[in-house]
Design a protein around this ligand. Structure first.
Ligand code: CMP
Length: 139
């Protein structure tokens, strides 16, 4: 059975533009509950580790530069079937392709500066939650 928690990050584009409150309200209206949250400025090493799976991609350096360009807001969210539900709620990676009413359609600037991250599997939700919240197992 799919898990009920996932990891999201309000990225520096959206956080820096003061959109965090609206995005959280949008997600709460969609049935998500915030289980943990923090505001932080990722180091280059942290961004490289978090996005390590993309290390060989042509956009990797640009992605790391963007993710370290300002503060971001990692959160653990709870809802039944959380991973699939959050990916549906945020929309496609490229906001030009995102469905109406999704977070990226409403708040993202581009395929890279796309406002929000969401874990893509239960396994990664657990790994990514531990990355930002050492106490994740006890929440
Ligand atoms: P995210 O869901 O956080 O996962 C990887 C991130 O890499 C993605 O959101 C985008 O911010 C970025 N990304 C993915 N594909 C591209 C691309 N083709 N060009 C630039 N950035 C990308």
């Amino acid at each position: 059975m799919a898990g009920n928690r996932t990891l999201t990050i309000i990225k520096p584009d959206a956080f820096g533009a003061g959109k965090a409150g609206k995005i959280i309200a949008h997600l709460e209206a969609g049935g998500f509950r915030v289980v943990a949250a923090r505001v932080m400025h990722l180091s280059t090493a942290q961004a490289e580790e978090f996005y390590g799976v993309h290390r060989e991609r042509p956009f990797f350096r640009s992605l790391v530069t963007f993710m370290t360009s300002g503060k971001c807001m990692p959160m653990i969210l709870e809802k039944a079937d959380a991973v699939a539900e959050l990916r549906r709620a945020i929309g496609s990676t490229d906001p030009a392709e995102a469905a109406e009413g999704t977070v990226r359609k409403l708040y993202a600037e581009s395929k890279e500066r796309n406002a929000i991250h969401a874990s893509d599997s239960d396994e990664n939700a657990t790994r990514e939650s531990r990355f930002f919240f050492a106490e994740a197992g006890t929440l």
